[in-house]
Design a protein around this ligand. Structure first.
Ligand code: BJW
Length: 245
């Protein structure tokens, strides 16, 4: 792909760069995107209908088992060239902030050191009752297991619909979006709020917003540039071009 010269110039001259990633960044690692049809046993369920506190309360076993399946999938997945290019950007771009909606930890496994996770992480577990992280519990065969302190149900430490995002990471994500010169919006359908307001916040503060996605999203018509294609191909190419002497 050839990149527009003004886009390359914006990145080369940027004082601060922020990037927001979504499930599309992990698609090339074999992790299904959130709004893609699920496969096998899980094909009959819509992710949007499992990732809510109401769904968990109605059928905690079902939701826990769905996350067990996804944990396994993520554990067996490997970071792809998009994750590696973003890790490299942390070294090459001044003031680089990586914000992710992904809960799979693949950015960290690719070498990104500073990752703002606004939707939590699937590898952590917390108590539904106390909302505190739990690292050990008795395996009694109950599904889901119970909190060793209060006996409440354990759940993944992720943010479900209707739940508040973690305050400190979310504030940091908004601050980075307001303060950057270039904002990269990569592999997200840009429909889930408040994450979807981050590129809009950047636009309002005169940043150059670059969308990388093979599909059209609600952001497409507003972005300064749209790079249409898979992140695993576009990001390494972009990094090479920007850092070319
Ligand atoms: C590729 C590719 C390749 C494919 N390369 N790209 C304002 C307006 C309207 C609604 C709301 C609003 N504010 C809040 C709401 C309600 C709600 C919401 O946004 N609903 C909308 C659906 C309408 N938001 C919430 O409920 C949030 N909470 C909240 O606001 O609380 C307020 C509150 C305050 C105080 C007290 C209490 C409450 C919470 C949102 C939490 C979202 N959680 C999930 C689940 C996380 C755990 C898990 O993984 O199970 O996060 S939902 C799901 O969506 C997940 C994702 O992070 C998130 C975004 O999805 P993403 O990443 O964009 O994935 P996809 O699948 O949608 O898209 C993939 C994209 O990749 C596509 O575009 C492809 O084309 C592309 N792609 N291959 C590049 N190779």
């Amino acid at each position: 792909m050839t990149f527009p010269e003004p886009l390359l110039r914006a990145l080369r001259n940027a004082r601060k760069v922020a990037a927001l990633t979504g499930a599309g960044v992990s698609a090339e690692s074999g992790v299904p995107t959130f709004r893609n049809a699920q496969t096998g046993l899980w094909a009959q369920f819509k992710p949007e209908e499992l990732a809510t506190p109401g769904a968990f309360l109605k059928n905690p076993r079902l939701v826990w088992e769905w996350y067990e399946w996804r944990r396994q999938l993520v554990q067996n997945a490997k970071p792809n060239p998009a994750h590696f290019a973003l890790a490299e950007m942390e070294n090459k771009f001044p003031g680089f902030t990586l914000i992710t909606q992904n809960v799979d930890g693949l950015h960290q496994r690719a070498g990104s050191r500073k990752v703002i996770e606004i939707h939590g992480n699937i590898t952590r577990t917390k108590c539904f009752q106390e909302d505190t992280v739990v690292t050990q519990w008795n395996e009694t065969g109950e599904v889901p297991p119970k909190c060793p302190r209060c006996g409440g149900l354990l759940r993944p430490d992720v943010v479900w619909f209707e739940e508040a995002l973690p305050e400190i990471p979310t504030e940091a994500a908004f601050a980075a979006s307001r303060d950057c010169d270039v904002f990269l919006c990569i592999g997200t359908s840009a429909v889930v709020y408040p994450a979807a307001s981050l590129p809009l916040e950047a636009l309002q503060h005169q940043a150059t917003v670059i969308e990388i996605n093979p599909e059209v999203t609600p952001l497409t018509s507003r972005a300064s540039y749209v790079l249409n294609g898979p992140a695993g191909e576009i990001l390494p190419g972009l990094l090479t071009e920007v850092t070319r002497a």
